[in-house]
Design a protein around this ligand. Structure first.
Ligand SMILES: [Zn+2]
Ligand SMILES: [Zn+2]
Length: 98
């Protein structure tokens, strides 16, 4: 995985997600805010690119990773906290290498 950020909220919620579309040679993810889970999630959009991949354009995620039928929307910083609706603050940047 690539770069992730820790976002914090005044209500105490913290999430470590990409915070936007994240595209690398390992694939693409988008960040969503799920009102059912009351959490932010990174959602995988496509498998790792190959040299034959015709387009790097990411697709939209199809569902919350925790369940179908959840009420979610795309999320990008600065965006609202999924728990209290306040604008989340950007914390430290993390480099994750799996
Ligand atoms: Zn959910
Ligand atoms: Zn909050």
């Amino acid at each position: 995985m690539g770069t992730r950020y820790t976002f914090t909220c005044q209500c105490g919620y913290r999430a470590t997600v990409a915070g936007d579309y994240d595209i690398s040679e390992e694939g693409a993810t988008a960040t969503i805010s799920c009102r059912t889970c009351k959490r932010l999630h990174d959602v995988a959009l496509m498998p790792p690119f190959t040299s034959l991949a015709p387009s790097p354009r990411p697709q939209l995620p199809t569902a919350c990773p925790k369940g179908r039928g959840h009420d979610w929307r795309l999320w990008a910083h600065p965006g609202p906290c999924p728990r209290c609706g306040a604008t989340m603050r950007l914390g430290e940047m993390l480099q994750l290498w799996d």
